[in-house]
Design a binder for this molecule. Structure first.
Ligand SMILES: Nc1ncnc2c1ncn2[C@@H]1O[C@H](COP(=O)(O)OP(=O)(O)OP(=O)(O)O)[C@@H](O)[C@H]1O
Length: 247
C-alpha cells in the first residue's frame, strides 16, 4: 500500500501531508483549495514535492533526501484528472481503448476478456451509444465519463507487478444525482472485483458516505483526521440532515 509523507509549497498553501492507504477505497475530503489535487499530482508524479517521500509498498517513488524520483509513466498509478482530457481526433471507443495496457490493445490481438473489459466499462459509464462520436460532439458530463472510463480501463488492465493505484479527482462532479448514484455503486463494485485500490477526491459528504470509504480529512494542506467515514464526517452528516429538514 501507499505511504505519503510530503511537504510542498503551492500558491498560498504549505502542504504538509502524511498518511498511509490501508483500505481498498480511500477518499481525500476537504474544502476547495485545501491541497487535495496537489496530493494526487504528487503521487502521480506531476508535482515534485519540496521534501519527503512517497512509497508504494517497498518501492520508493519519491525520496527527496536521496534524490529518487520515479517519472509518472513508470509509476504503478493511473489517474483520471478533474477535467476530461480526450484525444480530439479519436472516437469515444478509441479513446477508451487507448487506456488499455499496450499488450491488451487490438493491434496486439485482443482477446475475448479484453473486449469484455471495454464493453463492461463503457456500459457502466453509459457511453456505449456515444462510441462513434468524437469529443467535440459530447457534453461536459459525457466527456468526463469517457475520460474516467479510459482511466479505469487503464488501471484494471495494468500489466506491472501487483495492482495499479487508481487516482480519481472528483470523478462524479459533473453528473446528475441519479447517474452519480448508479455510477458510484457500479464503479466501486468493479474496481473491488479487479482488486484495484483507489484514492479519490471529493468535497461531497453524500458521495463519501455512499462509498463507505476510509476518509482522510484535509484542510489548508494538513491532514486533520483519517478513519471510517461515519467517524470522520459525522458532524457534516448531522449538519446536512438538518439542512434537508422541512423548516
Ligand atoms: N500551479 C499552481 N500555481 C500556483 N498555485 C497553485 C497551483 N496549483 C494549485 N495552486 C494553489 O494551491 C492550493 C491547493 O490547490 P489544489 O488544487 O491542490 O486544491 P484542491 O483541494 O484540490 O481544490 P479543489 O477542491 O478546488 O479542486 C490552492 O490555493 C490553489 O490555488
Amino acid at each position: 500500500m501507499l505511504t505519503v509523507s510530503i511537504e510542498h509549497r503551492v500558491g498560498t498553501i504549505s502542504l504538509d501531508a502524511s498518511f498511509a492507504l490501508t483500505k481498498p477505497w480511500t477518499v481525500l475530503f476537504g474544502p476547495s483549495g485545501s491541497g487535495k489535487t496537489t496530493v494526487l499530482r504528487a503521487i502521480a508524479g506531476f508535482v515534485r514535492p519540496d521534501s519527503g517521500s512517497i512509497m508504494q509498498g517497498e518501492s520508493v517513488l519519491v525520496d527527496r533526501a536521496s534524490g529518487v524520483f520515479v517519472p509518472p509513466h513508470l509509476r504503478p498509478v493511473r489517474t483520471a484528472a478533474q477535467t476530461a482530457r480526450l484525444f480530439p481526433n479519436m472516437t469515444v471507443h478509441s479513446n477508451v481503448i487507448y487506456g488499455m495496457a499496450r499488450s491488451a490493445r487490438p493491434e496486439a490481438g485482443k482477446t475475448v476478456d479484453e473486449i469484455k473489459i471495454v464493453d463492461e466499462i463503457m456500459s457502466l459509464f453509459r457511453i456505449q451509444e456515444l462510441a462513434d462520436r468524437r469529443p467535440h460532439q459530447l457534453s461536459g458530463g459525457e466527456s468526463q465519463r469517457v475520460s474516467v472510463a479510459r482511466a479505469v480501463v487503464s488501471a484494471i488492465t495494468y500489466e506491472g507487478a501487483g495492482a495499479a493505484l487508481m487516482l480519481l479527482d472528483e470523478p462524479f462532479s459533473g453528473l446528475d444525482y441519479t447517474m452519480r448514484d448508479q455510477l458510484v455503486d457500479g464503479l466501486r463494485e468493479c474496481l473491488m472485483r479487479w482488486k484495484t485500490p483507489v484514492l479519490s477526491v471529493t468535497h461531497d459528504v453524500g458521495e463519501a458516505f455512499q462509498l463507505g470509504a476510509e476518509v482522510i480529512r484535509i484542510a489548508e494542506g494538513r491532514v486533520l483526521r483519517q478513519g471510517p467515514v461515519a467517524d470522520v464526517l459525522a458532524e457534516e452528516r448531522r449538519r446536512l440532515i438538518e439542512q434537508l429538514r422541512e423548516p
